[in-house]
Ligand binder design. Sequence first.
Ligand code: CNA
Length: 256
Amino acid sequence: MHYDVNKVADLICNSKHAVALTGAGISTLSGIPDFRSPATGLWSRFSAETIFRIDHFYSQPEDFFSFAKEFIYTLADAKPSIIHNLLSLLQSKGLIRRVITQNIDTLHQKAGSQGVLELHGSPLKNYCVRCESCYSFDEMRTKINRDTIARCDKCQNIVKPDIIFFGELLHENVLQAAFNETEKSDCCIVLGSSLVVYPAASIPDMIKRNGAKLIIVNRDRTPYDSRADITLNMDLQSFGEELIDILKKRNIIGAS
Ligand code: CNA
């Protein structure tokens, strides 16, 4: 099949305010499973819909912590993928203004992206649900490697990572900043998202309502594919390699 990555380069290079919306698919390239890919997705091993439900977290916190021990507090070892690195490079060239992500793995920041809007929070901050004492990623990792439930040193209540569970509201300031950025943008590239989790999935709709350009690059189909200006149902590694080649040939990025 022929995928026209050249047209993606045209849209990004001709835009004045492009944003990227990323999902778990870009981090599968870094070895972090996503939710919805059939064979390797986390959902084939854990019921993420249950584990990430806030009521389940409070009623059976040990389920979340046994998952988190394996999948969240090991993230310190993960390395950014070609897509994380490319987005950081594009931002440094002024071609992407802002990255809005649904991911909680902090790989955009590791790649050097500035001002990343983390819609679903981050495990770098953890807090006691009662006295609000804060714990770092490393402190939390120590707790869950030692005990089945992470508990506050001061009041013994549960310590929760600052990530958004199903049934919780997103941080209003982050969501508003993401919507403001979307309103201003003339081009949005969605990378590695199934676009089924709201409110992130409302961003493509805002983009099209504003007459801006929408690009979707995702292996599986999404509900917004038919409304996008360009949809590439392809692997993100190949997409990243091809886009880098094109940008080098156009002398937009260096040859090294
Ligand atoms: P999702 O629903 O799991 O969808 C991921 C999409 O990526 C799927 O549609 C796949 O087709 C696609 N995909 C996977 N690998 C590739 C690849 N190599 N090339 C091209 N496409 C690929 O994930 P969303 O981000 O859309 O859903 C939002 C959830 C997932 C958020 O709440 C996240 O917090 C949550 N999540 C985050 C992480 C992470 O931080 N890395 C991991 C797993 C889940």
